[in-house]
Design a binder for this molecule. Sequence first.
Ligand code: FE2
Length: 137
Amino acid sequence: MPILNWTQEYSVGVKELDEQHQKLMKMLNTLFILYEQNKFNNVDVNPIFQELNDYANLHFSTEEHYFNLYNYPKKMEHLAMHEVHRRKITELKGEYDSNNSAKTLFAISNFLNDWWIWHINNADKEYTSYFNANGLK
Ligand SMILES: [Fe+2]
């Protein structure tokens, strides 16, 4: 699953969160392009990871803020998924630091793409009707 393009089918029905998902996809593409063009040897991957990590955390905090604000019933399950992402990205980054291999970068890129697509289409879309009913669109 190489380049991600945000389309309406990924919409979670909340403008702010859709915009964050769009930005995240662009950042994931940056990582994939680096692998694809075999440029990661000349480029410092650290700031890219850092930016991705920071932005993912900002996005999770935004969602979690709304979960609390509207008392979202599936909050706990959803938080657990965000936590898995937080842990996994640290683990993958550690792996990349230890071997700097194209294979690892590809695995990371694939993992993140799959994770985000699954998460948006399943977990995130579950809050659409709840948030919308609370006036968050
Ligand atoms: Fe989420």
